[in-house]
Design a protein around this ligand. Structure first.
Ligand SMILES: CC(C)(COP(=O)(O)OP(=O)(O)OC[C@H]1O[C@@H](n2cnc3c(N)ncnc32)[C@H](O)[C@@H]1OP(=O)(O)O)[C@@H](O)C(=O)NCCC(=O)NCCS
Length: 188
């Protein structure tokens, strides 16, 4: 007899158990087809994980707050030395990022293709630019913009930039609702 170890998630992605621990999803979470969520991962209401992401909570835990989006092809992992990945509410993580053992407070923003390494910390409304590499243990303070490889602080964010960041998050929240309606129509 084989034991079940994967299930369909709302939206069509997949949940996998590891050592008997299953991911936990709140109401209204969208997991796009091709995305895989493994083990000790909890995702808050209205968050979305897009096509072909991997969130692997095996040797440590991963937490996502409410209304957060993780865009296509991004990998989220943890460090076995006790470094979890904790992501707050209304965070935007762009396409093809690598988020490893990182803490991201509410309204944080990680631009497309960026890498954040173990022990990094992004404070509320902090921004990591597209393509940046945040080397281990770096701290992006609230409303700072960090750019480059390795990333350094470029400047403080303007009110307009913060407004655009919030609009990006809202756009993804609305898009996730539409996808859920379309892809789970037969389940409702
Ligand atoms: C960092 C960022 C905010 C800069 O935007 P900006 O202030 O409008 O910058 P500009 O386009 O005016 O460029 C200013 C300078 O910074 C450089 N620059 C811009 N973005 C850069 C980046 N991501 N990495 C390195 N250098 C960058 C430009 O080449 C330019 O250099 P120059 O003066 O030597 O020509 C923007 O490029 C970015 O990364 N946005 C994130 C977008 C994203 O990932 N969205 C998620 C997907 S939905």
């Amino acid at each position: 007899m084989t034991t079940e170890y994967h299930r369909r998630a709302p939206g069509g992605g997949k949940l996998y158990s590891f050592e008997g621990v299953w991911p936990k999803l709140a109401e209204g979470v969208f997991i796009a087809p091709g995305a895989r969520i493994i083990g000790n991962v909890e995702i808050g209401a209205g968050s979305s994980v897009w096509f072909n992401c991997v969130l692997r909570g095996d040797v440590e835990k991963i937490r996502l707050g409410k209304g957060t989006n993780i865009q296509d092809n991004t990998v989220v992992h943890v460090d076995s030395g006790g470094t979890s990945t904790l992501i707050g509410d209304n965070v935007l993580i762009g396409h093809s990022c690598m988020i490893h053992g990182t803490f991201i407070e509410d309204n944080g923003f990680v631009g497309l293709g960026a890498v954040t390494m173990d022990g990094c910390y992004i404070e509320r409304e902090g921004m990591v630019a597209a393509g940046a590499l945040l080397s281990p243990g770096k701290r992006v303070q609230s409303r700072e913009l960090w750019v480059g490889r390795p990333a350094k602080k470029m400047r403080d964010l303007t009110e307009e930039a913060l407004k655009n960041m919030r609009a990006g998050v809202e756009g993804y929240q609305q898009l996730a609702v539409k996808y859920l309606q379309e892809y789970d129509a037969d389940l409702q």
